[in-house]
Design a protein around this ligand. Structure first.
Ligand SMILES: [Zn+2]
Length: 238
C-alpha cells in the first residue's frame, strides 16, 4: 500500500492522577527492602506511563464503544480473528483496526496513532505503599504469602501527554476522542477494583501539520484555549 502524509495531528496535554496509580514493572523477584509490586520506573528512577499501556487501554475502550454502537469490530489480540486476517481488503478493516493498526495473515498495518511514554512533569519525591492480602484465586483462601505491598504513584501527579495521529478521518478522530474520554472515566494500571488508576486527561494543545509544512511551504496550525474548543466542536468531539 502506498501511503501519503495528508495530515499529522499532535495532541498535547497532561495526565493527572486522581487516585493512586500502579503500573507494574513485571519484576518478579522479591526483595524484602522493596515493595513486592513495584511500579515501572525510568532510568532516573521516576515512575512513567508507557505509551503502549495508554494505547492498549484506548483501543479497548474504542472497541467497547464501537460494539455498543453496532459497528463491526474484530477480536484482537488473536491475529487469526483480526481484520489483517479476515478482511478481504484494507477498506473493509473495522474502525478500531483503521485507527490502531492490524495484523494477520493478509495484512499488517501500523497504527495511525502513536502514544508517547508519559513522564512526570516534576520530580515525584515519594511513592506510596499500600498493603494488600493475597487471595488464592482457585480456593479463595488467603495464600501463604498473605501480606504484600503495592507501590503506587500518589494522586495529584501530572504526567506529560502526547499523542501523534496521522491521516485520521473526522470519524476516526471522534472515536479516538470518545475512547480517551472513556479511558479517563474508567482506569489504567492495576488495582482498579480498589479505586486505583483514575486520572484526568487534559488536552490543551493540538498542532496540525501537512506535507506542505514539512516542505516549508505552509505554517503549522496550533489550536489552544477557545480555538481548541472550537476545533474539537467542529470535528464533532464534544
Ligand atoms: Zn479489526
Amino acid at each position: 500500500m502506498f501511503e501519503k502524509l495528508e495530515k499529522r495531528l499532535i495532541l498535547k496535554g497532561t495526565i493527572e492522577t486522581l487516585t493512586p496509580l500502579h503500573i507494574g514493572s513485571g519484576k518478579s523477584e522479591l526483595d524484602i527492602e522493596e515493595a513486592d509490586l513495584p511500579v515501572l520506573k525510568d532510568v532516573n528512577d521516576q515512575p512513567y506511563i508507557p505509551g503502549s499501556t495508554l494505547k492498549g487501554r484506548t483501543r479497548v475502550e474504542a472497541e467497547r464503544i464501537l460494539r455498543k454502537e453496532g459497528y463491526p469490530v474484530c477480536n484482537p489480540p488473536d491475529v487469526k480473528s483480526m481484520c489483517g486476517s479476515t478482511a478481504s481488503e484494507p477498506g473493509k478493516f473495522c474502525l478500531a483496526c483503521r485507527i490502531f493498526g492490524t495484523a494477520g495473515k493478509n495484512y499488517s498495518v501500523a497504527s495511525k496513532v502513536k502514544f508517547r511514554d508519559a513522564y512526570p512533569l516534576s520530580k515525584v519525591e515519594q511513592l506510596i505503599q499500600r498493603s494488600g492480602i493475597a487471595i488464592d484465586r482457585q480456593t479463595g483462601a488467603v495464600s501463604s504469602r498473605a501480606l504484600y505491598s503495592v507501590e503506587a504513584v500518589p494522586a495529584g501527579v501530572k504526567f506529560g501527554f502526547e499523542l501523534v495521529a496521522e491521516n485520521l478521518t473526522d470519524e476516526e478522530l471522534r472515536v479516538l476522542w470518545a475512547a480517551l474520554r472513556s479511558v479517563e472515566h474508567s482506569a489504567i494500571g492495576g488495582g482498579s477494583s480498589r479505586g486505583f488508576g483514575k486520572m484526568k486527561i487534559n488536552i490543551d494543545t493540538v498542532i496540525e501539520r501537512s506535507a506542505k509544512y514539512y516542505l516549508g511551504q505552509e505554517e503549522e496550525k496550533v489550536y489552544a484555549g477557545d480555538a481548541l474548543e472550537k476545533w474539537f466542536a467542529e470535528k464533532g468531539c464534544l
